[in-house]
Structures are given as structure tokens and as C-alpha cells.
Design a protein around this ligand. Structure first.
Ligand code: C2E
Ligand code: CA
Ligand code: CA
Length: 814
């Protein structure tokens, strides 16, 4: 099977093959028929020629016979015969011979006594069996004979007086004259050949040329031997038809006439005709080929176009639309390909979108951001331009999302994304959302001054509460900044360092932090801190600070929360946020808790001695809640210090319950059974539901300070606080608000029915000795106020709700 690269070649080839085959199927039989026809014509010619030859001979015989009969009937001749006048007979014979142009002439008497002949006749007679000849030619027919090695045509006519008294014999030479006479009539070559006993076959005369007639001689001899009379032979590259006729035959002698017709004259025309046909066929094939090529090209052109389009698609070009011009199958195919291409395009665009876009905000995602930074770096590599990578985090996003709903959270994220975008410095800058509440900004051509200006701007914008879904909510952000090439030469380093700076910004509560290597040292220092922490307890570096708590309705102090401080010999005061997390990870937290519980019991025992009925809350961590010995340890501590269980409060977070809920529940239930007061700390930042917490034997809920701190400026926060208080009350829990930083919030909380409060406005965490001072001042102040009037709220808070919070008194924190 032949392989074709194009359909049009296949079509052209197939059709051409069919056409050529059809033409050949016509031409080959035609050629055959033509050859056959030529042969038939040649044979016919020979046939006709032969008949013409025979009748010519008859005609010749007849006229010669008549002429001879005239002599035989001549009176003078007969008289000469009667008188045996040989001289007269001879002269009469001679004159007649001349007249009818016979070569020989003689007279033979019936008794063969008298024989008179022309001069050559005498010689002839010697060899002539005259008698036989006479008898045989009795009918006066033609008689061929070879006389003296020469062939003759003999005519015998009787001389009657009235009986036959003798015979006149006239002889005509079989020569070229006879040959050409026949030739003229028949248009056939005529050749006479003879064989005598003296000589082998020889040519007598021929109208054909010498070379041909010599060739013929051999063939004729062969044919004669085989007794074939009609034959076709190839001589000199030509086909001849031969008709052989014996004119005279004896065992020793033979005279043959050969009529010979060439096929050539007939085939010439036919060949010409065939050639014309062939040329016409060729022209036809060429025209057809061109036509087929053109038509198949026209038909396959759109397909070829489609193939090109398909190639383009294969190369990944989904954008270029396929032009559909025809309405036939090809057009249909093109349309189908177009919709296929469109579908693939849409899908790949979607995949690209999903891969590089954050669906929620429509901003770039982490992957796209990384790429963007990478690209920016590679274009900036030569120039000395700087780049800034800024990471922004929204504080407290999780509780906002939880309490105000996902839709609200989503809108808030979109809003933040918008704000970040609005304040970028140029078109090339990029804003992306990396994580739930984390955004990143890439500022091109931006040095540190410009980057911090941007951070300030963002900070400034979010100082005003954000309005989302008709609710004003306070958005706090932490911002970390890293610069190229100062803080990293690749996207990973830049982003990592920006995040480190962000963590620092959150920890230090600074609006923004620009990365510096000292931040890294801080982190590496963590390791040394861990080993230091282990010794902190033995070396008495830990301190118990107390942050006071009041009853919001009566404003009376109810006790405080015990918070830990670590005074590091070199680093000074370290806050719990910086070591509690890894103390939990390393297990040192159990020692800290034990230390804290012991110290708290000592403080409570002190309070008892002073006659103060105050409680102290201690924070428990995840590990503590998984410690089955804890209830027994606490029971021992309480009894050894002579304390009532209700004096010690325990604060647990939702997260610490989640680690190993079954074990934690067991511990919590034991503690509750002992009569300890349990509080859920940092409520609102975790994920558990109130319904779950209700199953636990807890009495108190502490609303996380992040909701309380700005609830005066921020209706969203206020509504979270309000609904939490309502829900907690419905579940029979008392509510404590922490993070009260001004009086306005305190009043707000009082109106919402919050039970207890804690915060900088009331008192910052303070050493044990400072706490008694605070207590005196606070109680003193509030007692005076309480004495003035009976409207508690008014009496304690002479300020109007909308007035700025006053600074009641300053206490040195440390
Ligand atoms: P916490 O239990 O939520 O403690 C309250 C934190 O809020 C304290 O930070 C306190 O200084 C701060 N705070 C109180 N009122 C205000 C306010 O009005 N405004 C602001 N801005 N902050 C206020 P601190 O002392 O740095 O403690 C941080 C966290 O460390 C605590 O959060 C607690 O989770 C943990 N922690 C402290 N001491 C201990 C301890 O002895 N054991 C355990 N396991 N964790 C502790
Ligand atoms: Ca706490
Ligand atoms: Ca708390």
C-alpha cells in the first residue's frame, strides 16, 4: 500500500490510476484489433491479388489463344501445312510470333513427322515432351513449363482441316514483364522462383527489391517443402503475407509464383490512428491529472486549513479562533473544533485562575505572588532598584468570622484586599492573599522609607472602624516588611523575613516592623531561653503578678488573675507570651504551673490572714489538663494552706480542652467536683461552640480582650460581646470581660449585664506587694463614690457615656 502524506495526493492518485487503467483497457484491445484488422486487410489483398492473378492468366490465355487460333485458321498456313511447306510455315509462325510477342512458336503435326519452329523453338523441342504437352493442352489451356532452364507459358492450339492435323504451340517467357503486369493490377509484389534438376531454387524475376526477394527465396523454398500456401513472415522488420502457387510441378522441377503483400501500408494508417489515440489519451490524462489535482486541492484545502488550526491548538494556542466559512461537513467539523477549543481555553483559563488567583478576593494567591516577586527580582537584578515585600495580618480574624458569620468575614477580607490595592504605589505593584487572614504586597522601586510610608498609610486607614454589611468593625493589622536586596535575594527569603517581621510586629504590638537580622537572633535565642527557663524556677527568676478583677455592678474588687513574669538575669523582664508557648511544647509548663499554684496558694493564704475574701485565678495549659495527678496536687495544696476550694479559680482555654478532650474532661470534672471555680479563658478565639462548653462543669466565661478593647469604637465588636453575654447568661454562666481599657467600655459592659471585669483601666498586672496598695486605693475611691448616691452607675462613673475615658490612676506595671 502506498502511503500518502496528503489526502489530495491519494485522491489524485486513485483517480489517475482509474483513468489510466480505463484508457489502457481501451487502447490495448484497440491496438490488438488494429493489428488484426491490418493483417486481415493484407490477407484480403493477397486473396484478391491471387484471384486477379488467376483471371489475368485466364484472360491472357484467352487472348493468346484467339490470336493463335487466327493463325491456325489462316488458309495459307493450312495450305502450307497440307503441302508440308516448312518454309512457309516457319515464316507464318515467325510473323505471328512477332505479332503476339511470343518468345517461342512452333508447329507440330499430328503424327509428329513435321515439326517446324522458330529458331529458338528447335532447341526447346529437344527437351519438350511434345506429345504429352499437346495432349494435355488439348483444351487450349495455359501450360507452364521450364524449357531450357527457363520458365515459359505455353499455349497450344489445334490446326484443323477439318480434322486436327497438327498443333501450334506459342510460348511466352515468365519474366519481369509478367511480374510487373501482375503487380500493377494487384499491387502485390510478384516473384517467380523455380527449381530445375540442374539447379536448386533460384529467382526468376521479382517486383520486390533484390535484397527482399533474395530473403524471400529461402522462405519460399521452406514453405514449399512444407506444402504451405499461405503464410505470413517477418522480413526486414516487416510483416508480409505470402501466397505461394505452383505453376508447374514435376518431381524434379517446380515453378512457383509468390504473391507478397506487406502489412505495413495497412498498419501505417492504423498505427497513425493508434498514435493519435495515444497522444489524445496522454493529453486527456494530463488534463485530468491537473483537474483532479485542482479539485482535490480545492476539496482538501479547508481540511488542510483545519489541520493547521489543529496543529496550532496542539501547540497550545487556544486563543486564535478557527474561521468557519463553509456550511458542509468541513464547516461542521470546524465548528465542532471551535467549541472544543473554546472549552479547553475556558478550562485552562479556569485552571490558571485557580492556580494563581484567590477566588474570594480576586487577588493573586501565594503561588502567583511568589512568581511575581521572582520576576521582579530578575528584572531588578541589574539595576540597583529596591523592592519591598510587605506581609499584613488581620488580628482576631477567626472570632470575627465565627461570631459575625463567614459571609461577614469574607466581605471583610475583600474589603481589606481592596484597601491594600487602593494604596499601592504603581501599576506594577502586586497584592495577594497568602492565607486566611494574611495578605502580601509587592512594591516595585520601593526603598524602606517608601515601604514604611505605605505601612503607615494602611495602619492609618484601619484606625477608622471598617464598615462591613452595615456593621462597623475595628480592624487591627500587623505588618512585616522585607526589602530586596538587603533582606534577601530570592522570593522565599524575602517572604520568610517579612513574616518574621510580621510576627515581631504582633508580639511587640507595633504597627509595623522592618526585618533585621536581630529578629533572627531572637529566634535562635529561643533555644538558649528554653534551657534558661528550666533553671529559672530553681534560681527564683519567676514572679507572680496579679491583675485585679472587679464586680462590674458593685465595682468592688473580687480578686485577681495570677500572671507569670520571668526576670531573666541578662534580658530582664520576659513576658509570658514569649516563653509560655515553648514551655508548653517542652513540658516545662508543668513545673511552671506547679510553681504558680503554690505561689497562688501562698498569696491566697496571705489574703486570708489579712481578712480579705478575694479569689485568685491561675491559668492552666493543655498539658495540665492532661495531668491526672493535677486534682490531687491541688487538693493537697489547698489543704496544706488551709484554703477553701472556691478561693482558687482555674482558667482553661478552649484549645487546651481540644487536645485530648476525654482526658481533659475527666480532669476538669474532678476539679469541679472538688469545688474549684472553672473559667473558659479567651472565649471567642477558639472554635468550640457554647453548646459544647455547656456540657462542661464551668461557671465562668472570659470574653477575649480583643473584643472588649475596642468595643466603644466598634459596633461589630460590641455586638459580639453583647451576644456572648446573652448566650452565656442563658446557659447559666457568669461572664467576665478582660481588656477593659477605659471607663466608657466599663459602662458599656455594665449596661450589657457583664458580671466581672479586668483590664488596664482597672489595673495592670502588678507585683503582689503593689496589689494591696491598689486594693486600698480602689476600694477607698469606690467606697466614697458609693456613699454619694444610690444610682450605682452614675455614682461610680460621674462621666457621661460619650465622654472620653479618664485616667483614674496610673500604676507602674513593673
Ligand atoms: P491571659 O490569660 O488572657 O491574660 C491576660 C492578658 O491580658 C495578660 O497578658 C494581661 O496583661 C493582658 N491584659 C489584661 N488587661 C488588659 C488590657 O486592658 N489591655 C491589654 N492590652 N492587655 C490586657 P500577659 O500577662 O502578658 O499574659 C499573656 C498570656 O500568657 C495570658 O493571657 C496567659 O494566656 C498566659 N499566661 C500568663 N501567665 C500564665 C501562667 O502562669 N500559666 C499559664 N499557663 N499561662 C500564663
Ligand atoms: Ca487568663
Ligand atoms: Ca484571657
Amino acid at each position: 500500500m502506498i502511503k500518502f502524506k496528503h489526502i489530495r495526493s491519494r485522491i489524485a492518485f486513485t483517480f489517475l490510476t482509474v483513468v489510466v487503467a480505463i484508457q489502457l483497457a481501451g487502447l490495448i484491445p484497440l491496438k490488438y484489433a488494429l493489428v488484426k484488422h491490418a493483417n486481415t486487410l493484407a490477407e484480403d489483398q493477397i486473396d484478391v491479388g491471387q484471384r486477379v492473378f488467376v483471371s489475368l492468366l485466364q484472360h491472357n490465355t484467352q487472348s493468346l489463344k484467339q490470336a493463335t487460333q487466327v493463325l491456325a485458321a489462316d488458309f495459307a498456313f493450312r495450305e502450307a501445312v497440307a503441302t508440308n511447306d516448312a518454309e512457309t510455315i516457319e515464316s507464318a509462325l515467325e510473323s505471328y510470333q512477332g505479332r503476339i510477342r511470343a518468345q517461342i512458336a512452333f508447329y507440330i503435326s499430328n503424327d509428329e513427322n513435321l515439326v517446324v519452329g522458330t529458331s529458338n523453338a528447335k532447341a526447346i523441342l529437344k527437351s519438350l515432351d511434345a506429345r504429352q504437352a499437346i495432349i494435355q493442352s488439348n483444351a487450349g489451356t495455359l501450360q507452364f513449363d521450364i524449357v531450357d532452364d527457363k520458365p515459359y507459358q505455353l499455349i497450344t492450339v489445334p490446326v484443323k482441316a477439318p480434322e486436327t492435323i497438327g498443333w501450334i504451340v506459342m510460348g511466352f517467357a515468365v519474366d519481369s514483364q509478367l511480374a510487373s503486369q501482375i503487380n500493377q493490377l494487384t499491387h502485390l509484389d510478384v516473384t517467380f522462383v523455380q527449381k530445375t534438376n540442374a539447379k536448386d531454387w533460384q529467382l526468376v524475376s521479382s517486383t520486390a527489391d533484390k535484397a527482399l526477394s533474395n530473403l524471400l527465396l529461402k522462405t519460399v523454398a521452406d514453405l514449399y517443402r512444407q506444402r504451405l500456401t499461405l503464410h505470413s513472415v517477418d522480413l526486414n522488420d516487416q510483416t508480409y503475407h505470402l501466397k505461394i502457387r505452383a505453376l508447374h510441378e514435376t518431381p524434379d522441377e517446380a515453378l512457383l509464383v509468390v504473391l507478397q503483400g506487406s502489412v505495413a501500408p495497412f498498419t501505417q494508417d492504423l498505427n497513425m490512428l493508434f498514435k493519435v489515440m495515444l497522444v489524445l489519451t496522454l493529453i486527456g490524462v494530463v488534463i485530468f491529472a491537473v483537474l483532479i489535482w485542482y479539485v482535490s486541492r480545492k476539496t482538501t484545502e479547508p481540511i488542510a486549513e483545519l489541520v493547521k488550526d489543529a496543529d496550532k491548538i496542539a501547540m497550545g494556542d487556544y486563543e486564535t479562533e478557527i474561521q468557519v466559512s463553509s456550511t458542509d461537513e468541513v464547516g461542521y467539523l470546524a465548528k465542532a473544533m471551535n467549541s472544543m477549543r473554546e472549552a479547553v481555553l475556558q478550562r485552562s483559563l479556569r485552571i490558571q485562575r485557580l492556580a494563581f488567583n484567590d477566588e474570594l478576593t480576586g487577588l493573586s494567591n501565594r503561588l502567583a505572588f511568589n512568581q511575581g516577586v521572582h520576576q521582579a527580582i530578575s528584572t531588578h537584578a541589574d539595576t540597583q532598584q529596591k523592592l519591598s515585600v510587605i506581609v499584613i495580618n488581620i488580628h482576631r480574624f477567626k472570632p470575627i468570622n465565627q461570631t459575625l458569620g463567614r459571609d461577614f468575614g469574607d466581605d471583610l477580607l475583600r474589603h481589606v484586599g481592596q484597601v491594600l490595592k487602593q494604596h499601592v504605589l504603581s501599576e506594577q505593584d502586586m497584592v495577594a492573599r497568602l492565607d486566611a487572614d494574611e495578605f502580601a504586597v509587592l512594591l516595585q522601586h520601593t526603598d524602606q522609607a517608601k515601604a514604611t510610608r505605605y505601612a503607615d498609610k494602611i495602619q492609618q486607614v484601619f484606625e477608622q472602624p471598617v464598615s462591613v454589611q452595615g456593621q462597623a468593625i475595628d480592624v487591627r493589622t500587623g505588618i512585616g516588611i522585607a526589602l530586596y536586596p538587603d533582606h534577601g535575594v530570592d522570593e522565599e527569603a524575602l517572604l520568610n523575613h517579612a513574616e518574621t517581621a510580621l510576627q515581631e510586629s504582633r508580639a511587640k504590638k507595633s504597627p509595623w516592623i522592618v526585618y533585621n537580622t536581630a529578629l533572627e537572633i531572637d529566634q535562635s535565642e529561643t533555644l538558649t531561653l528554653i534551657s534558661d527557663l528550666k533553671q529559672a524556677i530553681q534560681h527564683d527568676q519567676l514572679l507572680l503578678y496579679i491583675q485585679p478583677k472587679i464586680d462590674i455592678t458593685t465595682r468592688r474588687a473580687v480578686g485577681g488573675e495570677a500572671l507569670i513574669r520571668w526576670v531573666h538575669p541578662e534580658k530582664g523582664m520576659i513576658f509570658p507570651d514569649q516563653f509560655i508557648p515553648f514551655a508548653e511544647q517542652t513540658g516545662v509548663i508543668s513545673d511552671i504551673t506547679n510553681w504558680m499554684l503554690l505561689r497562688a496558694c501562698q498569696v491566697l493564704a496571705d489574703f486570708q490572714k489579712q481578712g480579705l475574701r478575694l479569689s485568685l485565678a491561675v491559668n492552666l495549659s493543655t498539658r495540665d489538663l492532661n495531668n491526672m495527678q493535677l486534682p490531687a496536687q491541688i487538693a493537697h495544696l489547698l489543704s496544706s494552706h488551709g484554703l477553701e476550694a472556691k478561693a482558687l479559680k482555674l482558667e482553661i482555654t478552649e484549645g487546651s480542652l481540644m487536645q485530648d478532650p476525654e482526658r481533659a474532661e475527666l480532669v476538669v470534672k474532678k476539679l469541679a467536683a472538688m469545688g474549684l471555680h472553672l473559667a473558659i479563658d479567651d472565649f471567642g478565639t477558639g472554635y468550640s461552640s457554647l453548646a459544647y462548653l455547656r456540657q462542661l462543669p464551668v461557671q465562668e466565661l472570659k470574653i477575649d480582650r480583643s473584643f472588649v478593647m475596642f468595643m466603644d469604637k466598634n459596633s461589630g465588636d460590641a455586638s459580639i460581646v453583647k451576644s456572648t453575654i446573652d448566650l452565656a447568661h442563658n446557659l447559666g454562666l457568669m461572664v467576665v470581660a478582660e481588656g477593659i481599657e477605659n471607663e466608657y467600655v466599663l459602662n458599656q459592659l455594665a449596661r450589657l449585664g457583664c458580671n466581672e471585669g479586668q483590664g488596664y483601666f482597672i489595673g495592670k498586672p502588678m507585683p503582689e506587694k503593689d496589689f494591696s496598695i491598689w486594693l486600698q486605693r480602689w476600694e477607698g475611691q469606690n467606697e466614697i463614690e458609693i456613699d454619694i448616691g444610690d444610682d450605682l452607675s452614675f455614682a461610680i462613673n460621674p462621666l457621661e457615656d460619650n465622654q472620653q475615658p479618664s485616667d483614674p490612676f496610673k500604676l507602674d506595671n513593673i
